[in-house]
Design a protein around this ligand. Sequence first.
Ligand code: GCV
Length: 718
Amino acid sequence: MGIRFVIQFLIAALAFASFTSAACAEDGYDLWLRYNPIEQSLRAKYVGHARGIVVERSSPTIQAAVNELERGLSAMLGRSIGRTALRDGAVVLVTGRQIPGIGNEGYVIRSARLRGHAVTLISAKSDVGALYGAFAFLRLIQTRQDLAHLDIADAPKLPLRMLNHWDNLDRTVERGYAGPSIWDWASLPTIDQRYVDYARANASIGINAVVLNNVNADPKILTPEYLTKVAALANVFRPFCIRVYLTARFSSPIQVGGLATADPLDPTVKAWWRAKADEIYRLIPDFGGFLIKANSEGQPGPWDYKRTQANGANVIADALAPHGGTVLWRAFVYGNSKEDRAKQAYDEFRSLDGKFRSNVIVQVKNGPIDFQPREPFHPLFGQMPHTRIGIEVQLTREYLGQTDGVVFLAPMWTEALDSDPCSPRCGRPVKATIAAMAGVSNIGSNRGWTATKFDQANWYAFGRLAWNPSLSPKQIAGEWTRMTWDNDPRAVKPIVTTMLGSREAVVDYMTPLGLAHQFQDDHHYGPAPWSCGAKEPSWNPCYYNKADAGGIGFDRTATGSNAAGQYAPQVARCFADLNCVAAKDLLWFHHLPWTYRMHDGQTLWASLIERYDRGVAQVETNERNWAELRPYIDSQRFASVSSDLHRQVLEAWWWRDASIAYWQSLSKLPLPPGHSPPAHPLSWYQAVRFDRVPGFLAPRIDPRTLCVAGRGGSSCAQ
Ligand code: GCV
């Protein structure tokens, strides 16, 4: 028995062992890379196209591709698949090929004949192209595609596809709901297998950059002690062609460097950033660069020295330029003027178009406020033609229920990517104007990585959309479902249907018709449309709803803040015109009487109530549909999703009832027939408080508050 045979036997045994343990108890750790065994009836068909792996040459990245093919094919085919000499049915990886149309990172997968053998050829220009091709080939099998006549060419549409972790050095995660940070700074530079699996998962969907730490940055990250730890992570990610980026606090020259100033035009500050960049590149030769939040929510920035945002970005960009590094400079600034918050980023950045260095990307959130369940697209898109722009979306569900139920975010991101800013002309959607897509990570050290099992889908969808922003949410949901749950159409169809309707359901039961930011306190969990006490006006729900006895909504037309006027004329005209603006954006742009007649003849009041109830009904349907899926899902994950969905139903009722109770206290209108009154009086919802969030199951309610036993499931004060 040769050593090769023994190794192959061990791989097969390991694959089998991981399958059997997964079948008993799946905890979600394997994500969409489960590689569960193919049904016996189909197996022979696939084995014929995966008899072994042939590579021309090796490198750490090619080795990562081979490892993944061995792991995935062996597990799915139930036999050991390893390297082989050229033969029929081989999977052949070739690199260094000049293939038109696929750039540096793309690949081609073709059924071909090679020296007389029928093989599947995965060819690419670069090693990373071959790695992406290997994952794509595995995905074909995972989703049960026919491998007989393959002719696929694919390449990323955006060069920079990056996760942004909001992870602090003490392992807390800002807006993180998936346990402590996965970066264990205390034990680094010791490497945990989890870091490798994280890199595999990212590479499998084309993510090629990660920012390790929070945009509210701790300057310590730039000290030698931490940089050594960062370098250890970079070493793990390098074979997967994932570049490490860091956030840097703008005042680091003072806090880390001991300088008296962080003024970006000061020569000592320039020299400090240059020296710091040189130091980092000595440790991490492929370091990606810095992501910076400046002059926002208390962070220091160039305005502290009366310099522009461009001055601030450029001093750091100049330090990185000799090494090929990039600055991601966030456009998320507000609170420095009394203007409508939705206008402030545009007001600050638009006039700086063309003033940023070529290695700066201005990172713009998908909407003008802050990752609300629905916002119109950000007015900066398309309007800074001489600046590289990146879009930032949020995977972690800060404003969308945090840890409850199912909320698939691809439809929300696609809405922004497909929007047409009509600047400089119509017909060029946001996705055609951007150089990067960044996603605020939802990953933590939970065994299943994310807060809920379905939040894994948002990680997956983010990578797939950053690779190709034209992919449809339906295709992405279908792929993910087949890889993560089951290929049986009786499971795939209802799961995909649930996913595709899930974001709209949240919009309906939280903030329908263009409402936004109706959340409790700073934790952004639960409804508080009445709330008006925060010191920063734009942290208050009342700032956004402007509701009173006369009506509801924010007038952003020329009679109000004129935020609509920041968009290109065709877009602005439509947003400002009640005959053109879509119902979904109505109250974002208009303040209207409760009795306003919608296009369908209903009053605004009736339309609002109908949407709240539609959202609740949708999540109730989702819960029922999931219950039918028991035969297709392992018990552990089935139970976990059941409980998440149940909590979402309770939360949807809470949102619906609290919101309606408040609006009704202002409008004084009766509920339209067929819609039930809130379970509790308004005072009950106003008395709900939390010591910890998310914490629906343990709200604190003032015992003196009136209580009516409720259908929403929440009990009164204990
Ligand atoms: C990292 C919102 C969040 C903050 C976050 C900020 C940002 O305001 O609530 O937690 O800070 O966005 O994007 O910088």
